[in-house]
Ligand binder design. Structure first.
Ligand SMILES: Cc1cc2nc3c(=O)[nH]c(=O)nc-3n(C[C@H](O)[C@H](O)[C@H](O)COP(=O)(O)O)c2cc1C
Length: 395
């Protein structure tokens, strides 16, 4: 081979140069800026427990661990998933404004909600059937919440009976109820929940439509054939579960007689709705669109938070959930007036990835991020967080 050919064989071709540039650009953090990371999407090796750095790292491990139907049940939202996406996009529309930093070691995240002292304004949202994610189920989730000084809200559709969950740990424990129309039918579960130590009753009032459902026969593992999205059979055209169509504000008056602890309403998205709750004796509001699982094309919760906070005017605490994955997300909600933030899917990813330890680590990571975001924004404690540290650019 002559010298010319040798140079050509060993040289850097234009095609290789272009390929190299394309690879550099594709992996450049610039292209991914402001988007949620998806670090393992195309990766063959799963990260180990000690490599988990953000809540997002847990999601692919959780996804790999559970049957597809369990993944789908957790991941998806209603219809076109506009609200599901908006719940994440909204955090890009709120800027944090630094007022001069403080030392993270001096940041204190303790607060009080409904008279309950909490060292951490991050709570675990009620989500159903946690034993499907990991054998630890709600027992592990509650232990993780207790270890991280977070309050746990147990779903009405839990995999373990509430008293058994209550025995698993000692931290603040709340009970979520899907009320039955026959008010008397709520008496026993509410009595059992309170007897086992529920410190509040969270009554969920948003209307969930049916979600993704893949039945086993219409998808093949690893293959390209995916089953159709199937709606639950309902007599209404919206797929809204029949058991929840009767809700009316009077429900809170009726439940009052059965409940000695504070009642919160979960699923509020307007100031008017919040005022109605207060008129009917509700003692706390959870601004929630069920993580994009209620009616689609509604707003994200962060966008409506201030409206609700203004309507409530300090009379009762306002909690929020839907889309929270980062400590800075939590800080933005606290700055817009929330008293605490609940994690739905993020906590499930942790449990599904590594059981109790995974759920614990997710909360620890988000809490550590919150501490750092507070320090960077110049907030030494929860009381010093106010509207001045955020600028909103809602669409
Ligand atoms: C898989 C799953 C199950 C849920 N189950 C319940 C439930 O049983 N009761 C309830 O009030 N909310 C339930 N939710 C809604 C959560 O309490 C919370 O509002 C939502 O997950 C917050 O959004 P995020 O997942 O983006 O954090 C569920 C959410 C998910 C994702």
């Amino acid at each position: 081979m002559g010298q010319q050919e040798e140079t050509w064989r060993r040289g850097f071709s234009r095609r290789e140069a272009l390929c190299g540039l394309a690879t550099f650009l594709a992996s450049s953090p610039l292209l991914h800026a402001q988007r949620d990371p998806w670090p393992l999407g195309d990766h063959r090796r799963m990260l180990g427990f000690n490599e988990m750095l953000t809540a997002f790292d847990f999601e692919p491990v959780f996804r790999a661990n559970v049957p597809l139907s369990v993944y789908d049940y957790t991941a998806h939202g209603t219809d076109s998933e506009f609200t599901l996406r908006r719940n994440r996009d909204v955090f890009d529309w709120v800027e944090l404004v630094s007022g001069g930093g403080v030392n993270p070691d001096q940041v204190d995240t303790s607060t009080t909600v409904l008279g309950v002292p909490l060292k951490n304004p991050i709570m675990v949202a009620p989500t159903a059937r946690q034993r499907d994610l990991h054998p630890d189920g709600e027992l592990g989730m509650y232990r993780a919440a207790t270890t991280t000084d977070s309050a746990m809200i147990v779903s009405d559709n839990s995999s373990f009976p509430f008293p058994r969950i209550a025995d698993a740990a000692e931290g603040p424990l709340w009970y979520q109820l899907y009320a039955s129309q026959d008010i008397e039918a709520n008496r026993q579960p509410l009595a059992d929940g309170q007897a086992a130590g529920a410190q509040t009753i969270v009554v969920t009032i948003d209307q969930q439509t049916s979600l993704y459902d893949r039945s086993a026969h219409d998808f093949h593992l690893g293959g390209a054939v995916r089953g159709p999205r199937q709606r639950r059979e309902t007599s209404n055209p919206y797929g809204v579960g029949e058991g929840r169509l009767w809700y009316e504000w009077k429900l809170f008056d009726d439940l009052r007689a059965l409940v000695d602890v504070p009642i919160l309403a979960k699923g509020i998205l307007t100031g008017e709705g919040a005022k109605k709750c207060l008129d009917h004796g509700v003692e706390g509001i959870v601004v929630s669109n069920h993580g994009g699982r209620a009616i689609d094309y509604g707003p994200s919760t962060l966008e409506v938070l201030e409206e609700v906070v203004e309507a409530v005017n300090g009379r009762v605490p306002v909690l929020i959930d839907s889309g929270f994955r980062r400590g800075s997300d939590v800080l933005k909600a606290l700055a817009l007036g929330a008293d605490a933030v609940c994690l739905g899917r993020a906590a499930r990813w942790g449990l599904g990835a590594f059981g109790e330890q995974g759920a614990q680590k997710v909360i620890e990571i988000i809490h550590a991020e919150l501490v750092h975001a507070m320090a960077a924004a110049g907030c030494r404690d929860i009381q010093s967080i106010d509207r001045s540290i955020v600028r909103t650019n809602f669409a």
